[in-house]
Design a binder for this molecule. Structure first.
Ligand code: PAF
Length: 283
C-alpha cells in the first residue's frame, strides 16, 4: 500500500485511473470501516482510503484533541484489506491556507438532528468531503448508514454539484449484542459498554410501536418518541433526540405517511457518561 500525504503526489499516482473507489475515514479503524473497504472493492478499482481527523467538523467542546489516532494499527488493517493508496494528509497538506470557502448544506437537512446539536458539523463534513473528492477524483465513494444524515447530505451534495461520483451506502456493522461499531465506543467504561446496546434496543422498541400504530391508532408518533426519551433517561442516559423521520428527506414522519406506507427511519443520539453515541433503524 502506498501512503501519501501530498495532494500532488496523490494525483500523480492516480493519473489515468478512472474507476477508483474511495472510503474517507478519520482513522481508528474497526470492522465497520473494513466492511466499507470491502464494499468499495466491489464497486471500483483501485481502492483508495483516507485518514484525516477533520478539525472543521468538530465544535469547540468536541473531542478533536482526544479523538483516537492509531495510524500504525490502521495502516496494518488497510494493508490486509488490499487497499492500494492510503491518503493521509496533514492539516497543512489539506488546508495550506485557512479554509475560507465552505460548503453549507441547506438548513432543512444540515441544521436538524445532528446539525441542531453539533452546529457547523455538516458544513465541516461537506467541505472536507468535497475537497477529498477533488483530490482523489473517485468514481465511487462509500459511506456507512450508521451516519445516516451524513450519508444523505453527501448524496445531495454530490447531486447538486453534479459531482462525477456515485455514493454507495453501506450497512451498519454491529457487535454481537447489537451495539453499532464506532470509534467512540473505545471511550466507554465496562459498565457503560454493557449498557450501550440499549440504544439499539430502544430503537427496536420504537419501531415495534410504530408498526402497531399502523394497525391501531392508539398514540401519536411524538408520544412514542417522548416515551423512548424518558425510558433512556430513566436508565441514566442523556438523550439529545429520538426522532421518527421520513427516509426520503428526514422531515418529521406523519401518521398519514405511516398509513400510506412511507419508508421511515428512527434516528437517535444520546450520551452515556461522557460518550455520545448515535444510531438509527430503518422501518
Ligand atoms: O464519517 C466520518 O468519518 C467523517 O465524517 C468523514 C466522512 C471521514 C469526513 O471527515
Amino acid at each position: 500500500m502506498k501512503i501519501i500525504s501530498d495532494i500532488q503526489e496523490l494525483r500523480d499516482h492516480l493519473r489515468g485511473q478512472n474507476r477508483a473507489s474511495f472510503v474517507p475515514t478519520m482513522g481508528n479503524l474497526h470492522e465497520g470501516h473494513l466492511s466499507l473497504m470491502r464494499l468499495a472493492r466491489q464497486h471500483g478499482d483501485p481502492v483508495v482510503a483516507s485518514i484525516f481527523v477533520n478539525r472543521l467538523q468538530f465544535g469547540p467542546n468536541d473531542d478533536f484533541d482526544s479523538y483516537p489516532r492509531t495510524m500504525q494499527a490502521d495502516i496494518e488493517k488497510l494493508e490486509k484489506e488490499g487497499v492500494y493508496i492510503l491518503f493521509a494528509p496533514t492539516e497543512r497538506d489539506l488546508y495550506p491556507q485557512p479554509q475560507e470557502y465552505r460548503v453549507d448544506p441547506p438548513q432543512q437537512l444540515g441544521d436538524i438532528l445532528e446539525g441542531e446539536f453539533r452546529p457547523g458539523f455538516f458544513k465541516g463534513v461537506c467541505t472536507v468531503v468535497l475537497k477529498l473528492f477533488s483530490c482523489v477524483e473517485p468514481k465511487v465513494a462509500v459511506f456507512g448508514k450508521k451516519d445516516y444524515q451524513q450519508l444523505m447530505i453527501i448524496r445531495q451534495m454530490a447531486k447538486q454539484f453534479a459531482l462525477p461520483v456515485s455514493i454507495v451506502p453501506a450497512e451498519t456493522i454491529r457487535a454481537d449484542d447489537g451495539l453499532a461499531l464506532s470509534s467512540r465506543n473505545g471511550y466507554l467504561s465496562v459498565e457503560e459498554r454493557a449498557e450501550a446496546p440499549e440504544l439499539q434496543r430502544t430503537l427496536q422498541n420504537v419501531r415495534d410501536q410504530v408498526l402497531q400504530l399502523k394497525e391501531a391508532n392508539t398514540q401519536s408518533l411524538s408520544e412514542i418518541e417522548k416515551k423512548a426519551v424518558a425510558t433512556l433517561t430513566g436508565r441514566g442516559w442523556n438523550p439529545d433526540y429520538i426522532a421518527i423521520r421520513k427516509q426520503s428527506d428526514l422531515a418529521p414522519a406523519s401518521n398519514e405517511g405511516l398509513q400510506a406506507g412511507e419508508p421511515l427511519v428512527i434516528l437517535t443520539a444520546a450520551k452515556i457518561g461522557q460518550t455520545r453515541l448515535i444510531d438509527n433503524l430503518e422501518i
